[in-house]
Structure formats: structure tokens, C-alpha cells
Design a protein around this ligand. Structure first.
Ligand code: BGC
Ligand code: NOJ
Length: 814
């Protein structure tokens, strides 16, 4: 069953009924001012940091779902009836409801008793504000007298404090009203130098800024007293809960339309220019007024919307493919790339499942997110790499997270996730491959942000590699520390007290438990580092990396192979994890995926055997589960993984992030059918038809789909902010379609399904546009290349002379 459809030419997903199984959201903003918006206008906005600069309030895990939003109420002043064109919060039955989620904007509209209202929400490029353009049309044969009420509820900036510290917060709310514009300025009198403003293009009949006046006591958002009566209270918030609401009266003859523009914005003032006049306590509104003078004009709003569309056309135009599979095309050309922008911007902070107060930017996560983002805005990728590396510790280890506003490592979580440092190597190598910017390695970057500790970025990579060699366990495998990629495999935690954090509790000294996953990651990252060292003219160093890599490979063969698949780890007692000797958790996906992706076992058939075991024991029709059999009870020595009910999350859920590792593994053994089949099983577009089972948005990946052990097998959770986005993008574009960036050029090495006759692609790479045509002339994956009509040996398209605009590449598969 579907709840809408893809409008591919417009690059929109159109939701045709408001009661989707879960709120289906979109993101507004892609630079500094951000918001999430659901298909019923729920959501919130923030500036840079969803925790520390929350502009509007949202209530997570509420009943009904999804409260707090960008609401418009309409009231028929003749009958007194009122409704929400976005369905929530009044939930009156609407005609012609639709929500179009597009790239950086959302349009929600409907008809009710002949009155149509449609609102386009977006954040213009380079501005710290959002625009709501509402068009109201009277389709009745009679004139209509209407009232329009806008509504936002302000958050008192620190979202965590806002939802807990009521003894203070009920007394601090402050606003100013000037020329009908509502300014929210809580805490501005003291240490804050920022405020929010909410303005309306039309003459207002009234306003409200105190929630209780607007709602009336003991009333909800579905039934506000002010909307019911048709009269604003002109309330001034002092403490309690500041809101922003305008009241506009409309008289619409039959067939007439009117547009109302609402602008919600964020403004920071220089410290010494906070007040105007300077010796007063009145907000200096100069900059905000200038922005309003511009954006309240519908024509300016239209132009900035067109700019936003062009921006996305350009970004997506960097890589476009035309394959025989509509789901591949749609995801690569539109939604998967778009999701990669969201994960790059948000990391794992703000979604319907991430509350914006839980996590900063993850070191591991953000480095992986680069794999899907780096081709879009390389300059921002570069900045992110430098920020991440600056939180690396002198040991080579890394803070697991940092706050985007301060860019400092997060002390509460600390470090000790022993996989972390290697993701930096992979992030940087992806960046250099994309851009050819070798100069980044000479950039001076501090450790732990300590002034004076700056070293060339290259040294950070050296220390990342060294970190593992300094921490080897009894089998010569890397010690796992608090966890590796699998945050829930906590082998040194031994937590027996409720409420303890699995990620930060450590009861063992960590000298025994080892990770075969980190060993594979070390091999993969080590090979990249060796290439980088060789390029820097350091052959001895390159050779030493390769020697360590070979040694680790031998160790995996000796201590990391279980006979039919790769082991996962050794626990604190030195016992195997992910082995046929185990009662539960006999086989794990991570090592089958990452070892084969890293090319381990390609020569002796072990890679193929690991992939066979994966197919036999882990693959389901909804994707590949994380391990089997699921843990049926809590294992003190394994940690959080066994805390989840079977089939959920890391306990045998389909963790979509690691499915692409198997997909890449399958391409490495030349099996394009299996690779694309796995790709399709978790492709959200291919799952659209079963939206009642999948339940999350059909246009973006979710972190998890319930595994076969769960009663809800096939149900997705935690959509949007997941490494799944980058890894799937990387797997399909670089490994299945095989358009692979490399240090010395673009490689064309497709491993596509046998049934495909070929495909076409356009890829911009280092300022040149590659027009690629792949044709199948046999059943294998052997590539013959013709570049601009001339045959080229191998599968690497050599870099063209500087200034070359386009290159035509023809690849024939035999
Ligand atoms: C989740 C993991 C996540 C971790 C982050 C755990 O509860 O299961 O998926 O990575 O929290 O801290
Ligand atoms: C989600 C976390 O963000 C990521 O860092 C981790 O690798 C996976 N969960 C698996 O536990």
C-alpha cells in the first residue's frame, strides 16, 4: 500500500493522505539555518546546533505524534468553523490534501469547503530565516470572509534545558512587538546576543505571544480559544510560554486568491550593538528589519525559491545515471544524494528519531558521511575534515563526538572507540580522490584543539594507523576498546546496573577483547594510507604500512576465520564471538561485509565462502540481518547488543548501514546480480509499495528494518540520519555502477546485473564532465575502455589536460 507517489520530473515525493504511518519528514535549510518539517507541518527550526540554538519547540514522543510545528489555521468568519490546511493540529477531514516534499522545501495544501490553502516552506540560500508562502483561494460561488492565524511556539534556545528546567524557564520568556513583527528575545537582556523574529506580509488584525491566551486554559493546539473566537488576544508574553501568532483577515470574492508571506528568522547582533538605543534594553532590530524588507515581498520569495531549485539542480547534476532500474535512478539521481546532504549537515542530531539534544557530530559517522557527500561541496567536506581531525587526541584516538557550535570534543562521551581513528583515513582519502587536493595533508591541524599542537594533517593519519598497532591483543588483533563500528558490542563494559550508559561504562581493563572488524578496517585504511605515503614520496613508510597490513591479514586468516565465515571478535575471556561455537550470535554481517570489501580472502575463495554464508544465514527478503541467531537473553560480557529484543537494532535487526559492505563485497567477487539484488531489498523506493509494512518514508533510507526474529519484520525505524545514506550511495555509484574516484583519475569498473544491457551516466569529476556509456557485450565484468574514441588500457580514465570540459567514455563489458 502506498501513501503517495514519486514525482520524478519535479524531484518531489507527493503524499496524498495526511495520516502516514509515521510523520514523513523533510529538511529545510542546508547551510546554517535548519528545520525539520513533517507532512502535516510538524517540526522545528534551529540555527546550526539543534540543542543549543533551538528556535521553535517540538514535543517528541507525544500522543498524537508530531506536535509543535509551522501552523496555519483558517477560520470561516461567517460560520465560525476553523481548520488546519496541513491537517494537524485540528485534524478536520480535508479535500485534496497533498504534501510535496522537495529538495529543501515542502508544499502542503488542501481544500476545505471550497477554500484552498497551500503553503510553501523553504529557507533561502545564504539566509538565516525561513519563508512560508501561503496562498488562499476561494473556489466557492460566494464571497468568503476568512481569518488566517499563524502559529509557532518558541523554544527558549537550549532545547535540553527548555524541556527540563521549568522552575526557571516559566519566568524568563520575553518578547517585543514592533510594527506587527513578533520578536522573541528570551535571555537577550543578559548573555545572549541572538533573537528570533516572526513577521507577516499583510496588515494584521491582531497578534498573540502568550500561549495560554492563544489556547485558553486546558485547551490544546487543535482547539485554540483565539481561533475559535476569531479574535486575537494581543497578549504580551512575560514568562510562561512565548509563542508567535498573527491574525490576518481576508475578504475573497469568488475565484479570488491572496498570498500571505510569513517569515521566521534568527538574528545575532554584535555584542556591543545589542541594543538600540544603546543605553536601552530594546532590541537592535536593524539587520532583522533589512531582511524582512526583502523577504516579505512575494516576488523576492519567488526568486529565492528559484535560486534554491537551481542550487539543487546543480548539485544533483554532478552525478546523474540512466539505468534500466527506476529505483536505482531515482535514488542515485535524487533522493539518496539529497539524504547525503542531510546526514552531512545533521550527522545524527535532529530527525523524527534523533531529538537534537542527544548527540553531537560523531567522529566515525561524519567521516563516513563524507563518502556520499564529498563530490557535492568539496570545500565543506574539507572544512569538516579539518574540524574532525582537530578533535583527534595526541594518542591518535579521537573524541567520539563533538558539538558543531563549539567544535570541541565532547568530554561526556570521551574516546576509546578503537575503530574511530581509521575512519579519518578513509574520509581523507575519499576527499583527495574526489578533488586531487593533496595540499590538505599539509594543513596544520591541532590535536584536541590545543593551541600550539598543530601538525600537518598527514601526521594525524600516521597517528591513526599507529593507534591500532599500539593496542593489539593476545591474538595480535586490535583491541576493541569501548566498541567498534557496532556501538553495542561492548566487550569491556560488563554493566549490571540499569541506566548505565553502555557506551561509556568500562569495567574491564580492555587488554583482552579484540575486534576482527577493526582488523579489516585497519587493512583497508592501511592500504589507502600506503598509497598516500607513496604519493608523498615516502616509499619506506609506504612499505612499512603494507607490511603491517599483510601481517594483519595473516592474523585474520589464522585467528579470524571460523571455517565458513569470518569471526566477529574475542570477548574479555578470550572466547570467540560470531563463531559456530557460540550458542547465539554465531555469524555477524560486519566482518563478512568489511573483510570482503577490503579484498580479504579474494585469492583463496574465503571471501566467496563468507558471502555464501551471509546469503544462507543472514539474508532476508527485507535485507541482511546483523547476526544470527539473535540473542535471546542479556549477556553481561557482550553488552548493549544483547539488550535489544531479538530482531531489533544491533540484535539481528537489518542494520541498513552495513548491507552495502556486503554489496561491495559481492562486486569484488564479480557478482553483480547479488549486489544489485541486495541493493534493491533495502532501497526505500523499491519498498514504496509496502509502505504499510515499511512505515518510514519511501524516499530515504532508515537505519534499521526489523529483522526476521521480530514480530514486525520489515518495519523500518530511524529514517534519515544514518550512515546507510552515504554507504549505499557509495556502493551503487562507485562499485555496482563502478564509477570510482581514484587518486589518479576516474575508474570505470561496473559490476552490474547480468540482465542489464548497460547504462549511461554523467559525472563531474575535478571540473571535467565525464559522459559515460556502458554496454554489455558478454556476461562478465571485463572492461574495455574507449576515451574520446581512443582505446585505453585498463579501467582508469587518465586525467585529461587541465581545462578539458567534457570527456566521452565508452566502456564495453565482456
Ligand atoms: C544504538 C546504536 C547507536 C548508539 C549511539 C545505541 O543505543 O543502538 O545504534 O550507535 O546508541 O550512542
Ligand atoms: C549508529 C551510530 O551512529 C554509528 O556510529 C554506529 O556505527 C551504528 N549505530 C552501529 O552501532
Amino acid at each position: 500500500m502506498k501513501y503517495g507517489y514519486f514525482d520524478d520530473p519535479l524531484r518531489e515525493y507527493v503524499i496524498t493522505r495526511p495520516d502516514t504511518p509515521l510523520p514523513w519528514i523533510n529538511y529545510l535549510g542546508c547551510q546554517a539555518y535548519f528545520g525539520i518539517i513533517s507532512n502535516t507541518a510538524g517540526g522545528y527550526s534551529f540555527y546550526r546546533d539543534a540543542r543549543l540554538r533551538r528556535i521553535t519547540r517540538y514535543r517528541y514522543n507525544n500522543a498524537p505524534y508530531d506536535f509543535g510545528g509551522r501552523y496555519i489555521y483558517l477560520r470561516d468568519d461567517a460560520s465560525g468553523e476553523f481548520w488546519s490546511p496541513s491537517w494537524q493540529p485540528t485534524r478536520r477531514k480535508l479535500d485534496d490534501y497533498s504534501c510535496r516534499h522537495g529538495l529543501g522545501y515542502t508544499i502542503i495544501g488542501s481544500k476545505y469547503q471550497g477554500i484552498e490553502a497551500r503553503t510553501r516552506y523553504f529557507v533561502p540560500l545564504d539566509e538565516n530565516l525561513e519563508i512560508w508562502q501561503t496562498t488562499v483561494t476561494n473556489h466557492r460561488s460566494q464571497p468568503a470572509e476568512l481569518s488566517v492565524f499563524s502559529l509557532v511556539e518558541f523554544c527558549l534556545w537550549d532545547a535540553q534545558d527548555d524541556s527540563t528546567n521549568f522552575q526557571r524557564n516559566f519566568s524568563i520568556g520575553e518578547v517585543e512587538i514592533e510594527d506587527g513583527v513578533i520578536y522573541h528575545k528570551t535571555e537577550y537582556r543578559e548573555r545572549r546576543d541572538h533573537f528570533a523574529f516572526f513577521a507577516c506580509s499583510e496588515k494584521t488584525a491582531g497578534f498573540d505571544t502568550q500561549r495560554e491566551t492563544f489556547l485558553g486554559s486546558y485547551r490544546g493546539w487543535d482547539n485554540p480559544a483565539v481561533v475559535e473566537s476569531g479574535h486575537s488576544g494581543n497578549s504580551l508574553a512575560h514568562g510562561w510560554a512565548p509563542i508567535g501568532s498573527h491574525h490576518v483577515k481576508l475578504f475573497l470574492p469568488p475565484g479570488a486568491s491572496r498570498q500571505i508571506v510569513l517569515v521566521l528568522g534568527y538574528q545575532e547582533n554584535p555584542r556591543d550593538e545589542k541594543f538600540d538605543p544603546p543605553d536601552s534594553q530594546i532590541l537592535n532590530k536593524k539587520a532583522a528589519k533589512a531582511a524582512l524588507a526583502k523577504y516579505l515581498l512575494p516576488s523576492v520569495a519567488d526568486v529565492s525559491f528559484e535560486k534554491l531549485r537551481r542550487y539543487w539542480d546543480e548539485l544533483l547534476g554532478l552525478c546523474q545515471v540512466d539505468t534500466p532500474d527506476v529505483h536505482t535512478n531515482r535514488m542515485v539521481n535524487i533522493w539518496n544524494a539529497y539524504q547525503c546532504m542531510a546526514t552531512f549537515n545533521m550527522s545524527r542530531s535532529a530527525s523524527f528519531f534523533e531529538s537534537g539534544i542527544g548527540r553531537g557530530l560523531g567522529f566515525r559517522d561524519s567521516n563516513q558521511d563524507l563518502l556520499g557527500f564529498v563530490h557535492m561541496v568539496p570545500s565543506r567536506a574539507r572544512e569538516r575534515i579539518v574540524d574532525l581531525a582537530a578533535t583527534q587526541l595526541p594518542t591518535g584516538g579521537a573524541y567520539h563526538q563533538y558539538q558543531p557550535l563549539t567544535k570541541q570534543g565532547n568530554n561526556d562521551i570521551g574516546s576509546g572507540f578503537n575503530d574511530d581513528p581509521h575512519w579519518l583515513i578513509l574520509g581523507i582519502s575519499a576527499y583527495i580522490k574526489e578533488t586531487g587536493d593533496w595540499g590538505i595533508l599539509d594543513e596544520p591541524v591541532p590535536f584536541d584543539n590545543a593551541p600550539g599542537s598543530e601538525r600537518p594533517l598527514y601526521q594525524h593519519l600516521q597517528r591513526s594507523f599507529r593507534y591500532t598497532l599500539d593496542r593489539l591483543g593476545p591474538h595480535g588483533l586490535p583491541l576493541i576498546g569501548r566498541a567498534d563500528w557496532n556501538d553495542c558490542l561492548n566487550l569491556n563494559c560488563f554493566s549490571d546496573s540499569p541506566g548505565q550508559s553502555f557506551q561509556t561504562t568500562t569495567n574491564k581493563d580492555g587488554k583482552v577483547a579484540e575486534s576482527i572488524f577493526i582488523a579489516a578496517l585497519f587493512i583497508h585504511a592501511g592500504r589507502e594510507l600506503a598509497k598516500i605515503a607513496s604519493h608523498r614520496g615516502l616509499p619506506a613508510e609506504c612499505a612499512s604500512y603494507l607490511a603491517e597490513v599483510s601481517k594483519m591479514e595473516a592474523t585474520i586468516r589464522k585467528h579470524g576465520w571460523d571455517g565458513e565465515w569470518f569471526l566477529r571478535a574475542y570477548d574479555d575471556f578470550g572466547r570467540k564471538v560470531g563463531s559456530k561455537e557460540c550458542a547465539e550470535g554465531k555469524i555477524f554481517i560486519e566482518t563478512q561485509g568489511f573483510c570482503t570489501l577490503a579484498g580479504i580472502g579474494l585469492e583463496d575463495g574465503t571471501a566467496e565462502r563468507a558471502l555464501e554464508a551471509t546469503r544462507k544465514l543472514l539474508a532476508t527478503k527485507h535485507g541482511i540481518v546483523l547476526q544470527q541467531p539473535a540473542y535471546s537473553k542479556y549477556y553481561l560480557e557482550l553488552g548493549e547488543i544483547s539488550s535489544y529484543p531479538p530482531g531489533y537494532k544491533e540484535n539481528a535487526g537489518i542494520f541498513c548501514h552495513n548491507n552495502p559492505w556486503v554489496i561491495i563485497g559481492e562486486t569484488r567477487v564479480g557478482n553483480g546480480d547479488a549486489a544489485h539484488d541486495y541493493y534493491t531489498r533495502i532501497n526505500p523506493s523499491a519498498r514504496e509499495e509496502i509502505s504499510e509494512v515499511h512505515r518510514c518514508e519511501p524516499y530515504v533510507y532508515a537505519q534499521m528494518i526489523a529483522g526476521a526474529d521480530a514480530p514486525t519484520h520489515g518495519e523500518a525505524k530511524n529514517s534519515w540520519l544514518t550512515g546507510t545514506a552515504a554507504w549505499n550511495y557509495f556502493a551503487i555509484t562507485q562499485w555496482i555502477l563502478g564509477i570510482r574516484t581514484d587518486f589518479d583519475g576516474l575508474r570505470i569498473a561496473p559490476v552490474i546485473p547480468g540482465g542489464w544491457s548497460g547504462f549511461k551516466a554523467t559525472r563531474k569529476f575535478r571540473s571535467t564532465i565525464y559522459q559515460i556509456e556502458v554496454q554489455r557485450a558478454g556476461s562478465g565484468n571485463q572492461v574495455s575502455l574507449e576515451v574520446d574514441g581512443k582505446p585505453v588500457q585498463g579501467n582508469l580514465v587518465p586525467l585529461p589536460p587541465a581545462g578539458t570540459k567534457t570527456v566521452a567514455v565508452k566502456a564495453t563489458l565482456r
